[in-house]
Design a protein around this ligand. Structure first.
Ligand code: AMP
Length: 361
């Protein structure tokens, strides 16, 4: 067990979006200072942090400065350059470890890692040209989801094949940008759930109950807790998350997304080495939110309880949804959270709310 960082210590956060904002707020409540590294001035996280270094994530001078002024560094998105995390780790603790970035940045590496530790995923094939795609579609009987291996999020960089005819693969590789792709078999899932889990510096493990997630146009729309799954399925999801945390020698919060099949068995869709949108409900329905849990983990404090006092539904406010704020603010038992973004563009996450439904049983 390492000694926790004392209050007043400084946490560096790479990335300045809403997840960084909520981490900075949780850190402040525990008496820690935060510095955000983000190229966009006045970003959502910097509005509530102690300071911001305005620079790109791979700026060597900025990284050196971040390492110098911080006692620990973490991140709020998974596309932080692995080399940046490695360089920082030479002089300051970086949690979660760079390996978690390496694994989660590439869908092929991610599935290979998961299968390697005995966790099931959709069947998959690497696709590096039209011939590969043709052969993979033949293997999967013309049905599958083609995704970019890297930099995909919120359903971006994806194409679904429902009954692909021979020849349909022609030109697709170039149309998808000529970048490495992966074809996944199409999973006919009953529902999608996610588990927010954490591992402390002492190796302690914790997980919140699974949330059931609904996506619209590839973007998370809502998370409902508890998910309607058998107790054995919920336990298996937590166990899988724990196996991932241990295999990566992880410290911090992780989000693991699952497909639940008709027989209650699980396949992992993807892992996010950070706090997760489908865990926002924890700030309203648990004494210790995922954000506080992550701060506790990276500063070396004991992990908090994941007990849920209320059943709830979290809904994202995307683009013009933000116009609902006044009406939502008038609802009892509803926690509203806005991210301080000036412009409501279509598809842009502007905020979220969590509606408490009833006391948890
Ligand atoms: P992703 O960006 O990989 O999280 O995918 C976004 C959404 O697309 C998922 O939450 C699923 O609803 C759907 N999806 C992704 N991969 C598959 C798959 N292999 N089979 C069926 N649906 C999928």
């Amino acid at each position: 067990m390492t000694t926790p960082l004392p209050a007043g210590s400084t946490i560096g956060i790479i990335g300045g979006g809403q997840l960084g904002r909520m981490l900075a707020m949780a850190a402040a409540r525990l008496g820690y200072r935060t510095i955000v590294l983000e190229p966009q001035p006045d970003c959502p996280a910097a509005q509530v942090a102690n300071d911001q270094i305005v620079a790109t994530y791979d700026d060597a001078i900025a990284l050196r400065e971040l390492a110098r002024v911080c006692d620990v560094v973490t991140y709020e998105f998974e596309n932080v350059p692995v080399t940046a995390a490695q360089v920082l780790a030479e002089t300051v603790s970086v949690f979660p470890p760079a390996r978690a970035l390496d694994v989660s940045q590439d869908r092929l590496a991610e599935k290979t890692f998961l299968n390697g530790i005995g966790i099931g995923t959709a069947d998959f094939r690497a696709v590096d040209d039209d011939e590969d795609l043709h052969a993979a579609l033949r293997d999967f009987h013309g049905v599958g989801v083609l995704k970019t291996r890297r930099m995909g999020y919120d359903g971006k960089g994806q194409r679904v094949f429902r009954n692909a005819m021979p020849g349909e693969a022609s030109g697709v590789f170039t149309a998808m940008g000529g970048v490495p792709l992966i074809l996944e078999s199409f999973v006919s899932f009953d529902r999608e759930i996610s588990v927010i889990a954490a591992r402390g510096t002492d190796g302690a493990l914790s997980a919140y109950d699974p949330a059931e997630n609904l996506h619209r146009s590839g973007i998370l729309h809502s998370s409902t807790v508890p998910a309607v799954v058998a107790a054995s399925t919920a336990a298996a999801a937590k166990d899988a998350a724990f196996s991932i945390l241990e295999a990566l020698d992880y410290v911090g919060v992780i989000g693991v997304e699952f497909f639940v099949l008709a027989d209650g068995s699980l396949l992992v869709n993807e892992i996010a080495p950070r706090v997760h949108n489908s865990g926002h409900w924890t700030e309203a329905a648990c004494a210790i939110s995922q954000f506080e849990q992550h701060v506790r983990a990276v500063v070396g404090l004991p992990l908090g309880s994941t007990m849920r006092h209320s059943d709830c539904v979290m809904e994202n406010l995307i683009g013009d949804d933000v116009q609902r704020v006044e009406q939502l603010a008038g609802e009892p038992n509803l926690m509203l959270h806005l991210y301080g973004k000036a412009e409501a563009r279509p598809g842009r996450k502007m905020g979220h709310f969590t509606r408490l439904i009833r006391m948890a049983r």
